[in-house]
Design a binder for this molecule. Structure first.
Ligand SMILES: [Zn+2]
Ligand SMILES: [Zn+2]
Length: 226
């Protein structure tokens, strides 16, 4: 996976921050913002390994650092007990997602594979129909395989049951009825979604969960309202 490495100086350690490499094409150009917060660019999602903290931030182009990640950077440096001369790796793990780690990340994640696939689809949609036809003709009929590393959160079945009971067969967002019944027990089919994702340190609680119809659920993850 694509990454950049950063060499920490004593000054970085004292300040509890690190500078991003300049002139790299690792970061999308639209994530580079101006000096002031009013000149903020489009946000990236940055995941700090070890502390598990997640921050949505752009890059302050002038200072060359993640604008909103001061606390997270300091805690990351402390957690891994980094000292001057140590390296930090910034890896592109998804379309607008980056991981900050003290080791090189080699395993693709499910998200990085899906994001990469998504941008391939958009690229294919923008090609001419003739070229697409050409590509289709020479494409192998059986797909390639890739093994990915998945972190799975063990959710409480009681939270799901409680939220489904609260919704009583109606989507808690658009208020329409569940679109069909489950084959397994005949109950109305709704999906339980976390407002603050578990991967972003959200709680697995009834308060942080919503029962949604599949349309609303997909929209919250992929739509403009995401
Ligand atoms: Zn709905
Ligand atoms: Zn969800």
């Amino acid at each position: 996976m694509k990454y950049a490495e950063v060499l920490l100086s004593q000054g970085n350690i004292n300040q509890g921050h690190f500078y991003l490499p300049r002139g790299t094409d690792l970061f999308p150009a639209d994530a580079l913002g101006g000096k002031n917060k009013s000149e903020m660019a489009i946000l990236l999602k940055v995941v700090f390994t070890g502390t598990g903290e997640v921050v949505h931030t752009d890059i302050d182009r002038e200072k060359s650092l993640f604008r909103l990640a001061r606390g997270q950077s300091r805690r990351f440096i402390e957690k891994h007990r980094l000292t001057a001369g140590d390296k930090i790796y910034i890896t592109k793990t998804g379309d607008r997602q980056f991981s900050v780690s003290n080791k090189i990340i080699t395993e693709p994640t499910l998200n990085s594979v899906l994001d990469e696939f998504n941008s391939e689809v958009i690229r294919a949609l923008n090609e001419s129909p003739e070229n697409r036809k050409l590509q289709l003709d020479k494409a192998p009929k059986k797909p390639d395989k890739k093994t990915v590393e998945i972190t799975s959160y063990i959710r409480s079945p009681y939270v799901v049951a409680e939220v489904l009971d609260r919704a009583n067969g109606t989507c808690e967002r658009c208020k329409s009825s569940a679109p069909f019944k489950r084959k397994s027990d005949g109950s109305p089919y709704l999906e339980v979604h976390h407002r603050v994702p578990l991967s972003e340190n959200g709680d697995d609680t009834v308060e942080n969960a919503l029962a949604l119809c599949p349309n609303c659920h997909r929209e919250l993850h992929f739509g403009f309202n995401a």
